[in-house]
Design a protein around this ligand. Structure first.
Ligand code: AMP
Ligand code: MG
Length: 418
């Protein structure tokens, strides 16, 4: 038995829980793994910063030109009409002008070149006229224009990136722009997973009557690899108490989180519940959702357990609604309080019973500048093809009793989820 306070109260199972309550309880239970490691900058892609990245320099390091043109002193310009200035040199990115720009003088300057001493303003070359070594500047310039100030992107010693940030392409560039070659990131999450079910066959072996190929482990492989986890695939476990117990013990010994599929629906749940109760602290929930009603959540040893239903679509729905943000929090990221939703107009009628939240697979497109969503005609929770054809989930709230064509609905895009 472990840390009962980190699981939920009350101690008895909740007969029926809303999606929001379940999500909140899960997120409230979990905090991030503490371990960090140093990695070279490129290897940090997709990883979570374990510490703030502090700017060791001003970025940019010097005042510089934002345009190709002429660096001048603003007080050289006459208030009205054209000003003629003597071009006394040039400044290139990486090759500064070493002299001083005096009154009545200009320096030819390229984008990114250090602003020469004395100059405070850059005139874009397109508005100028050149005659020999004289440049003519029209009226109407503004002091400081077309310049970038030292430290305007990042001031020295300021927090360039906060701990908990996931490193993407922009962050890689930013870290490199600070001259940082190595940084501290959280170690990867270790997630173990397995499928349960006597009816499951593994690919490569022929299907016996009544068997189905185990697809959930492949879906989970994809989801968890995308998430950047170190995955531990424990295969297919038959619906036998000794096998299930042994696999759960093995998983808990090596993973931060365990994801199982199947075995939590009515009828199957009884022996699973008994084993889990013995091994750890687990809640079974009947969620007020469709698909994905039965689910288990809790802890075995130090590992968090997500017991997802067996239906392939329910696996993906429950992963996105309950496991994804929990795994992000565990890996050191603070998830958004709610997943972003898009408002779209329903292209078709949708039947629904009030009292539960429903997630329907749909395709969202833009029609005449408005987002429109059409639900797939087959919504059976075993129909995985529809998950591939869809690009979003239509999320219908508990109270909704059905949707008419043209009504607005909320849509969760697959981008960023799967
Ligand atoms: P269960 O939640 O175990 O009752 O399973 C519900 C349905 O999902 C059954 O039709 C199972 O055959 C199917 N199912 C369970 N696990 C898998 C799996 N790993 N791959 C494909 N189908 C599965
Ligand atoms: Mg089963």
């Amino acid at each position: 038995m472990t840390d009962t306070s980190s699981c939920q109260s009350p101690a008895i199972d909740d007969p029926s829980l809303s999606a929001d309550e379940a999500r909140q309880r899960i997120l409230d239970s979990i905090s991030s793994i503490a371990h960090a490691e140093m990695v070279p900058v490129r290897n940090a892609l997709g990883r979570i910063l374990a510490a703030d990245v502090i700017a060791p320099y001003d970025v940019p390091a010097h005042d510089n030109s934002a345009m190709d043109g002429y660096a001048i002193r603003f007080d050289s310009l006459s208030a009205e009409g054209e000003t003629a200035l003597a071009v006394v040199g040039s400044a290139f990115a990486g090759n500064a002008f070493s002299g001083m720009v005096g009154k009545g003088q200009a320096v030819r300057i390229m984008t990114g070149a250090v602003l020469p001493a004395g100059a405070d303003t850059v005139i874009v070359q397109e508005v100028t006229r050149v005659d020999g070594s004289t440049v003519f500047i029209p009226a109407g310039q503004k002091q400081g224009q077309n310049t970038r100030r030292a430290g305007e992107d990042l001031a020295r010693n300021s927090v360039a990136l906060p701990a908990g940030k996931r490193v993407g392409p922009a962050e890689l560039g930013l870290i490199a722009s600070l001259g940082i070659a190595e940084l501290s990131v959280r170690r990867r999450l270790r997630v173990a997973f397995f499928s349960t079910g006597d009816e499951l066959a593994s690919i490569g072996s022929p299907l016996a009557p009544g068997e189905v190929y185990d697809s959930n482990r492949y879906t989970l492989y994809g989801l968890l690899t995308r998430l950047g986890a170190d995955i531990i695939d424990l295969g297919v476990v038959p619906d036998r108490p000794d096998a299930l117990e042994a696999t759960l013990r093995e998983a808990a010994g090596m993973a931060d989180a365990i994801i199982t599929t199947g075995g939590v629906s009515v009828g199957e749940a009884d022996f699973v519940r008994e084993i889990l109760a013995r091994l750890g602290e687990i809640r079974f929930w009947k969620l007020k959702i469709k698909p994905g009603r039965p689910m288990a959540f809790g802890k075995i040893g130090d590992a968090w357990l997500f017991g997802l239903p067996g239906n392939p679509v329910a696996v993906m729905v429950n992963y996105a609604q309950f496991a994804l943000d929990a795994l992000l929090r565990l890996s050191g990221v603070d998830p958004l309080p709610v997943r972003p939703l898009l408002t779209a107009q329903a292209a078709n009628a949708i039947k629904k019973q009030p009292g539960r939240r429903e997630y329907l697979r749909g395709t969202v497109t833009q029609v005449d500048g408005c987002w429109q969503v059409r639900t797939m005609s087959h919504q059976g929770s075993g129909i995985l093809r529809s998950m591939s054809e869809a690009n979003c989930l239509v999320v219908l709230p508990e109270a909704c009793g059905g949707i008419l064509p043209g009504e607005n609905v909320q849509v969760q895009l697959f981008d960023g989820l799967y």
